[in-house]
Design a protein around this ligand. Structure first.
Ligand code: G3H
Ligand code: 13P
Ligand code: ZN
Length: 330
């Protein structure tokens, strides 16, 4: 058992409190490799933003849990070396079993998500409560989820959103003791969040997706005032990146994300953690595809991963400054 405190990490409790009071959201960026981690840490240090490093169970399989833990420990030291000891949380994204959450806590995670949203309500309560009971012994914070996002969540595919039912949230929070709650108000995972036929076109011909259900968010906030809310599936799918990918051999069809204005609006509410993964994937892929076409003679991975890392860093800087508002709050 290694405590996250020994690694220099923090849990999310204090960060969420400050984010709600300060009307901004903490970025939760997923990572699977060194370049992604370097981009996240250098962007957040330069913009003085706290950050949540998210690891999915797929990321653990891909990169190895021991390597990921040392990468996170390296992130703390790297931030100091860059000149700012920003608060860093190591968070399990979409944990699906008690055993996985327990294992991550034993490996130095400071925060875990137990995603029981696909289970019946009572089972979700029971599973979440069990994880909270274990995690709190080690001062690890826990995120639960109510409502199901459309799209793919790990191996589970949901055709339709099941929006969070505001009438359930007080009971869920009270019975489980969770520290934060992920809700479903119209966001979804991946780069295809809406079908074109669900969207309208603005004066410039740009597709505008249906708005998020802020009415549900408000109803939830009324029932649990000041309680930390989390938004998953919050990539905006920048169309300039989609264009670069498709102009350089890619085939992304109908890639549509959540407009940045809506996330800016959400960040000023009790939403204090916003999850972004797909936009980072798009940024890296765009830079790599472009460089492969521009420099067919390159074969040293540093030649194309270096610029990809830089593109990613600029994306993260943009997010913390212009979307989440967490810049300057470390
Ligand atoms: O919510 C899912 C995250 O984007 C992680 O995706 O399971 O493919 O690593 P992944
Ligand atoms: P995106 O696919 O919109 O980036 O969402 C990521 C996420 O919610 C990770 O848990
Ligand atoms: Zn998610």
């Amino acid at each position: 058992m290694i405590s996250y405190k020994e690694l220099g990490l923090v849990n999310s409790r204090e960060l969420f409190k400050e984010a709600i009071e300060g009307k901004y959201a903490i970025p939760a960026f997923n990572f699977n490799n060194m370049e992604q981690l370097q981009a996240i840490v250098s962007a957040c240090v330069e913009e003085s933003s706290p950050v949540i490093l998210q690891v999915s169970s797929g990321a653990r399989k891909y990169a190895n849990q021991t390597i990921l833990r040392y990468l996170a420990q390296g992130a703390v030291e790297y931030a100091k070396e860059l000149g700012k000891n920003i608060p860093i949380v190591l968070h399990l994204d979409h944990g699906d079993t008690f055993e996985l959450c327990k294992n991550c806590i034993e490996y130095g995670f400071s925060s875990v998500m137990i995603d029981g949203s696909h289970h019946a309500y009572d089972e979700n309560v029971e599973l979440t409560r069990k994880v909270v009971e274990y995690a709190h012994q080690y001062d690890v914070t826990v995120e639960g989820e109510l409502g199901v996002l459309a799209g793919i969540e790990d191996d589970v595919v949901a055709e339709q959103h099941t929006y969070t039912r505001p009438e359930e949230v007080e009971d869920f929070v009270a019975k489980t003791g969770v520290d934060s709650l992920a809700i479903s108000i119209g966001t979804s995972h991946g780069a295809n969040k809406f079908k074109p036929e669900q969207c309208t076109r603005n004066a410039d011909g740009v597709l505008v997706p249906p708005p998020l259900r802020f009415d549900i968010l408000e109803a939830i906030e009324k029932r649990i005032p000041g309680f930390p809310i989390v938004l998953h599936g919050s990539s905006s799918v920048p169309q300039d990146l989609v264009k670069i990918i498709n102009n350089n051999g890619g085939k992304l069809k109908d890639a549509i994300g959540i407009p940045e204005e809506e996330l800016r609006h959400a960040a000023q509410s009790a939403v204090c953690k916003i999850n972004i993964d797909s936009d980072g994937r798009l940024a890296m892929t765009a830079a790599i595809r472009e460089n492969f076409i521009l420099h067919p003679e390159w074969f040293d991975p540093r030649q194309y991963l270096g610029p990809a890392r830089e593109t990613l860093k600029q994306l993260y800087k943009h997010k913390v400054v212009h979307v989440l508002g967490s810049a300057g709050h470390a």
